[in-house]
Write a protein of this length. Sequence first.
Length: 380
Amino acid sequence: MHYGVEGEWPGVGFPADGLLDRTGSLDAAPLASEDGQADLFSAVFWMASRMEEFLPDAPRDGHGRFDPTGSLPELRGWLDSPICEQWAWTIGERLLGNAWPEHRNRLRAEHAVVPTLDVDSAYAFRGKGLVRTGGAWARDVFRGQWVQAVRRLRAAAGQGQDPYDTYGQVEEAHRSRGLTTQWFFLLAAFGSYDRGLPASSLALADLMKRLDDTEGHSVGWHPGYAAASDAKKMAAECQSYRDIMGRPPVASRQHYLRMVLSETRRQLFALGVREDHTEGHAVRTGWRGGFARPRRWYDLERETLTDLVLVPFAAMDATYLRYLCTPASEVPARVGALAHEAKKWGAPLRLLWHNESLSGEGQWAGWEDVYTQTLDAACR
């Protein structure tokens, strides 16, 4: 194999656009070589390093997240497929020749559906402490929501079902389909966007440890909204996880998918996190970094390949509800189409769901059966 070499050479040759020869510079798009052919190696690096997100004029939403609307990957349809894996197949086919079909079949056999769930609020009513529970109950009464007030008190006292206690449903849905379960629990101090149970809640700790002890389940950390830009808060939340689980968190995913470029991931790694599951867009589905398979994070600002592994997801329940406004009845088919695309490349399909969406409460009315229907569509 030769890369970016002019003239006639034996073996398989690939054009180069020069991107991989430069450090410290940012390109708005992967370029074609002088003869117009695509430099697939540079294209993979550009997409997987998220170079476009580091550009000075990169668009961001109110939470500081990169907005892919109208971006080059969106316009070219690259987000609708694990495009880097597709490009890698093209490279592999050229390099391996007649040996490629056997290797391709091995890759296709790696496809799997991998559900993950974020727990922003472990319970709607339970475990929130006397002050928060009393205040919420008083608000129910003031608004004349008598049924809600009674439900709140009964659930808080352990005498009624808490609507967000959907863990048994998830366990059964996964067990019956032979799926593993990865949970991410929010442990942040109460704030505008961090409204889960306090890390000191015994109900929360018992739940996390019970799920982690369940076969096929693992419990990770869900750093809070504020922690993404506050190293002290992040360290405090990490310590809360250690206190509950008796070990440092290996896997994490940012609340609201919010992070400060490079800095948040460096902090996570320094705290012992080895897998970051944040890569995915809030406003649309698809593969943000072009990969469905996990990969090591390249710190573009320091031009360093790190040992932090990025684990991408392709679809989130909140994306369909809040941003795409997809009718609940159409969600399974949409996810099924993503699963079909992932399967073509032997790639995993990771889903991000929330325990709340199975409750059918409030904004999730009509979503009670969407999760199981989505799993069926994805696993076909």
